[in-house]
Design a protein. Sequence first.
Length: 367
Amino acid sequence: MKKILTLIIVLFIYNTANSQCNNRYQSEIFSSVDVATINYSDVFFDNYHKMDIYTATGDTETNRPVIIFHHGGSYYAGSKNETGAVDFCTAFAKRGYVAVSANHRLVSLLDLVSFLTNHSEQYEEVLKATNDMKAAVRFFKKDFSNGNNYGIDTNAIFVGGISSGGITAIHAAYIDNISDLPTSPVDVQAIANSFGGLDGDAGNFGFSSNVNGIINFAGGIQQLSWIDSQDEPIFSAQGDDDLVVNYYCGPGLNNPAVLDLCGVGEIHPICDNLGIINQGLTFYNADHNWVVGNSQVEFVQAIDSASSFLFPLLPCNQALNTPNFFSLDKKIVKITDILGRETNYKKNKILFYNYDNGSIEKKYFIK
C-alpha cells in the first residue's frame, strides 16, 4: 500500500509540474525540428562564429529555455555538425527547448604541436572558446531586447558541451572574476585581459553573459577552487575510466604536457559540500567514447537524465518551489512498458523509468 501511495504522489507531482510547463521539456513531444544557421558575433564574421539553432517544427511558444552547446575536439578539431552535438540539440528541441550547436575558434593545425606542449597556449584557447560561448549567450539577450525573434526566456539560458565543450561551459559559468585566474607559473590574467577580459572579444557587448546552469558531458574544470557556493546548477555525466578528461584529476588527454583537468569524481562532491544544485551521473567501467551520440546507450541516458535535471529548474516550474523536485542523485534501476514488463529504451512507446529513490517517470519518445 505504501509503495502504491508513493507512486500516486510522485505521478501527481510529476503531472502537476508538467501541466505548469504545458507538458513540455521532459519528453520528446515534437516529431521534427527546423535548423537555422546564423552568425552570432557582431565582431567576427567567419565560420568559427556560426551556430545552428534547433527549434521544433510548428512550435509557437515564445518563452522557451535555450541551451547553447559546444562540440568536442580538444580545441583543435570538431564543429557544430558533430554527431553528438546534433543528437543533443535535436533531442532537446523535440522537448520544446531552443537548442543551439555553436562553432568556436580552434587551434590551427599548423600550431597543434606547440598547443599540445604549451600551457600558456592551452589557457589561451580555452579562454577564446569561453569568450565565444559568452558572445552566443549575449546574442540571445540582445535579440530578446530587439523583439525576441527566437522565442526564448532570458531567465532560462543554459550552456553545455561534450568533452572540451563541457570544459568551456564550466569555465564560462564558474570563473567569476579576473582575480580568480592564476598569475604564476602562467599569467592567465594577462592572457584573459589581452582578449577583452572575462566577457571576451567576440561582441554583443552591453548584455550580461550570466547563465542559469550547465550541462557537462565528459568535461572538467581546470581548478577546483573556481567552484563556490553561489555557482550555477550543474549536471555532469562521465565514465569513471575516462582519461581524456580525468574522472578525478589528471592531465588532459592523459598527456603530462597538457593542463590538469578535474572531472565528475571531484566536481560534484565539492558541489554537494557547497550546497550547489547538482547531479553527477557516472557510467561505471566506461571511458570517453560514449560521447559520440545516440549510437551509445550512455549518451541517450545522459540526455534523459540532463532533461530531468533541468526540468524543475525552469521558470515554468518555480511555483512548485521545489528545486529538488526530482532527486538529483537518482539512478535508473529499470525501464518498464505500460504492462510492467522490463524493456530497453524505445521510441514511439510509453515507457516508465524506475529510479533507485522510488520515483517513477513516464516518458514518450517520438521517432
